[in-house]
Design a protein around this ligand. Structure first.
Ligand SMILES: *[C@@H]1O[C@H](CO)[C@@H](O)[C@H](O)[C@H]1NC(C)=O
Ligand SMILES: *[C@@H]1O[C@H](CO)[C@@H](O)[C@H](O)[C@H]1NC(C)=O
Ligand SMILES: *[C@@H]1O[C@H](CO)[C@@H](O)[C@H](O)[C@H]1NC(C)=O
Ligand SMILES: *[C@@H]1O[C@H](CO)[C@@H](O)[C@H](O)[C@H]1NC(C)=O
Ligand SMILES: *[C@@H]1O[C@H](CO)[C@@H](O)[C@H](O)[C@H]1NC(C)=O
Length: 381
């Protein structure tokens, strides 16, 4: 033994010999049962060690089926497909390897290497399957739904050990959150804010996880916004109204209407320009306002999902009403509406009525009527 050359004493030499033999017996024990793990598609080698020159008495068996796979250096395989699948390799005079090429789930189980009737080594082979998608819905990675409809996305995966599915939602501002554990995500009534990407992730915490993303667009009928619902102007004034329209898909048309008809007036200009892929702004401009042009205007937009409107009232300013009716008493009114009125007892009742109307131009309600009679009473006294 070479190690004896370095031994300084017989005792030390014996100790080394003991350690070597212990190590040998330990490794034999280790080899008696081996747990092997492999993923589908990988190759697996089962090595059997035996005394030299005993190779003809060595066999490999499959415990579950009781099949003898090999005897000596001869392989027994029935199916032609197995010839590619199983190989017997004479590694050295005291080692024989059974190699399974590209294993599948059917290969899992216990294999034993025998020397005649004596079991030399057993191998318990476990086959794992990395996650893979069995199906997902919808097939397309990019899908559109109309608002208020339902959405049901699903992913089914297979893996050994089994995989769980988690869903991550990312909105259009790239904010993400986990929204669901399980195979499907169901939303019964979609809102435009549900647009974004939905990603299913299949993971068994053993293999690398896999994922699939769905880019969801929720389509909606035009949403309109007008910046001021009421505009008060003088005759000959200029009116500028902005109306913002957002929709998916894009609007087919945006119109300005009056009395349900598209405006066709020489001094009313309209123009529309896009803001982004969802929104546009349309502007209506009335220059040199005429009396007949006071009233309600409609901003209307339509896409494939529907048609919506918003309204703006163009009203004549009350100063105009006053100057028209009371050129002579403008000063009194300007100074102090009602006080001026009560002092001017000599004024004609026609005027009083009208002045009150100016103060609250919208209606002649009960309060007004009461004031009117009060003034009449004062006048009469
Ligand atoms: C595994 O065995 C089953 C049933 O015997 C068979 O249908 C299947 O095709 C086998 N799989 C492979 C990958 O050989
Ligand atoms: C969806 O529902 C909302 C609220 O009920 C409604 O305002 C909208 O017009 C609906 N959209 C469509 C396209 O029917
Ligand atoms: C969503 O789809 C999955 C798979 O297609 C189905 O199992 C599930 O029942 C559906 N959910 C609803 C609420 O319809
Ligand atoms: C899968 O989900 C189940 C139940 O939610 C949980 O008990 C299990 O630990 C999960 N497995 C993995 C690999 O995440
Ligand atoms: C009140 O106005 C009417 C016409 O609007 C006029 O005919 C009438 O004379 C006026 N009354 C007085 C008292 O001025």
């Amino acid at each position: 033994m070479p190690s004896c050359y370095v031994c300084s004493s017989i005792f030390q030499c014996l100790l080394i010999i003991l350690m070597i033999s212990l190590k040998k017996s330990l490794s034999i024990n280790d080899n008696q049962h081996q747990n092997l793990q492999a993923d589908v598609g990988q190759d697996v080698t089962m090595s059997c060690l035996f005394d030299e020159d005993k190779i003809e008495q060595v066999s490999f068996m499959r415990q579950m089926t009781g099949d003898i796979l090999s005897l000596g250096s001869e392989l027994f395989v029935q199916e032609s497909s197995s010839i590619q699948h199983i190989k017997l390799i004479k590694f050295s005079p005291n080692r024989l390897d059974l190699k399974l090429i590209s294993v599948n789930q059917n290969d899992s189980g216990i294999y034993t290497c025998m020397l005649n009737d004596e079991k030399l080594t057993s191998f318990s082979l476990e086959i794992f399957v990395p996650p893979r998608f069995l199906s997902y819905y919808p097939i397309e990675g990019s899908v559109s739904y109309a608002e208020n409809t339902t959405m049901n996305l699903s992913c089914r995966a297979f893996a050994i050990p089994s995989a769980n599915i988690t869903w991550i939602y990312r909105d259009n501002n790239k904010q993400s959150k986990t929204i669901q554990n399980g195979e499907s995500v169901y939303i019964s009534s979609l809102r435009p804010s549900d647009s974004g990407s939905y990603e299913c992730i299949a993971s068994n915490h053993f293999h690398a996880s896999i994922s699939r993303s769905f880019y969801v667009t929720v389509q909606y009928s035009p949403r309109l916004m007008i910046f001021n619902e009421k505009i008060v102007r003088d005759v000959q004034g200029t009116v500028l109204v902005k109306c913002r329209v957002c929709s998916i898909p894009e609007v087919m048309q945006i119109n300005w209407l009056r009395h349900d008809h598209i405006i066709n007036d020489v001094n009313i200009l309209t123009k529309t320009h896009p803001i982004d892929h969802q929104c546009s702004e349309t502007i209506m401009e009335i220059v040199d306002l005429s009396e007949y042009q006071f009233g309600r205007y409609e901003c209307q937009a339509e896409n494939i999902l529907g048609k919506n409107s918003v309204f703006v009232d163009v009203e004549q300013s009350s100063r105009i009403v006053k100057t028209k009716h009371y050129e002579h008493h403008a000063n009194e009114f300007n100074r102090n509406g009602r006080t001026a009125l009560l002092i001017d007892k000599d004024q004609q009742s026609n005027n009083t009525h009208s002045i009150l109307r100016i103060e609250t131009p919208k209606s002649l309600g009960n309060a007004n009527r009461f004031s009117y009679f009060l003034v009449l009473l004062i006048y009469w006294i």
